[in-house]
Design a protein around this ligand. Structure first.
Ligand code: NAP
Ligand code: ZN
Ligand code: ZN
Length: 347
């Protein structure tokens, strides 16, 4: 029997969110039915639902920071049981057999992963995300929320948390590493907390100093305004790693000049327009420019356990389903401290 969920959807790029009935597929043997309690709002939701990354089909239900409780399991499910506290991030399926899937990096599945929303599942249906009361997900893609983390605070870890943790690990951030985080929004504030917990020396590069106290409380030891040109002369050739979390176009060459010899700038921010790089920004100090996409399921579970161990949780502002449009507008003005989380019971 299908579960009929309630969800908040857009019917067009400039529409306001409306409530819809959303049928979720009948449980297959390996499926888990989740009663969603909280859903974080990621800036990718805004890019996607407004069609900034390419055409989408409406109605469209975003949301890939999902936390809830298992309410039913298929006959072959072994990893989860009714009552478990669980999460779902950006991935709900992949081939599981290609080299990347075998290497626990399902986000790079050579046959294409299935996104939590805006994708097409193996049954031919468009996937719909977590601004919704229920979701059905194949058990491999369901994460366990450790006891020490409240469900509302767990939700943003499923995208903002893993997207910033993964590059910190890949570029071996630890004691002695000088890391700069560009943009103190949802991703940025998690990057600061995780980099600090890994032992790095963390600097925040934000548009202004208005959030300086917060940034220092999250674990940064320095905080600079990028609106002040002196920042770029003062910090020239300083950082081993810069993580750019900005959702809009920025002057990459200015930021690349802040990398030490051999340093790397990793872009996780995903504006739709191209960013310009002068190759001399890279050549002269043997610098690298890289990208990074969320993280695989194994690493996402590692991140959740890391956050429980180090008592790292996001700063959230809880909203009702009626406030999603307003939250989007605030995020477009960089007015977020530091992640909006929807109380799904209000849908
Ligand atoms: P967010 O909460 O809205 O934060 C973005 C921050 O960027 C803002 O708080 C602001 O920080 C800064 N910013 C915004 N506009 C700016 C501008 N015009 N110039 C300079 N700085 C600006 O967004 P988010 O949810 O963290 O997502 C950030 C980006 O990452 C989005 O593009 C999203 O799609 C992308 N993303 C990528 C992945 C991936 O796998 N690669 C995963 C998730 C999200 P300050 O106020 O501190 O300057
Ligand atoms: Zn996201
Ligand atoms: Zn694969």
């Amino acid at each position: 029997m299908k579960t009929i969920a309630k969800a908040r959807a857009l019917f067009g790029p400039t529409d306001h969110f409306k409530t819809i009935d959303l049928p979720r597929r009948e449980l297959q043997p390996n499926d888990v039915l989740i009663d969603i309690q909280f859903a974080g709002i990621c800036h990718s939701d805004i890019h996607s639902v407004r069609g900034e990354w390419g055409q989408v089909k409406y109605p469209f239900v975003p949301g890939h920071e999902i936390a809830g409780v298992v309410s039913a399991v298929g006959s072959a499910v072994t990893q989860h049981k009714v009552g478990d506290r669980v999460g779902v991030g950006c991935l709900v399926d992949s081939c599981r057999t290609c080299a990347q899937c075998q290497n626990d990096e399902e986000q790079f599945c050579l046959n294409g992963y299935t996104g939590t929303y805006g994708g097409t599942d193996k049954y031919g249906e468009q996937t719909q995300g977590g601004y919704s009361t229920h979701i059905v997900v194949e058990e491999h893609f369901v994460l366990k929320i450790p006891d020490g983390i409240e469900l509302d605070k767990a939700a943003p870890l499923l995208c903002a948390g893993i997207t910033t943790y993964s590059p910190l690990r890949r570029w071996n951030v630890g004691p002695g590493t000088k890391v700069a985080i560009v943009g103190l929004g949802g991703l940025g504030h998690m990057a600061v907390k995780s980099a600090h917990a890994l032992g790095a020396q963390v600097t925040v590069l934000s548009q202004s100093l208005s959030k300086k106290e917060d940034g220092l409380a999250f674990g940064a030891s320095a905080y600079y305004a990028t609106s002040d040109p002196a920042t770029f002369t003062q910090l020239a050739k300083t950082f081993d790693l810069i993580i750019n979390t900005v959702s809009a176009k920025i002057d990459l060459n200015a930021y690349l000049s802040l990398l030490a010899v051999g340093g790397t700038m990793v872009n996780v921010g995903a504006p739709s327009e191209p960013l310009d790089i002068h190759v001399f920004s890279l050549i002269m100090q043997r610098r690298s420019f890289a990208g990074s996409l969320i993280g695989g399921i194994r690493e996402t579970q590692e991140l959740l356990d890391f956050c429980a161990k180090h008592q790292i949780t996001p700063e959230i502002e809880m909203i009702s389903a009626d406030q999603i449009d307003e939250a989007y507008e605030r995020m477009m003005k960089s007015d977020v401290r530091y992640r909006f989380v929807i109380d799904v019971s209000t849908i």
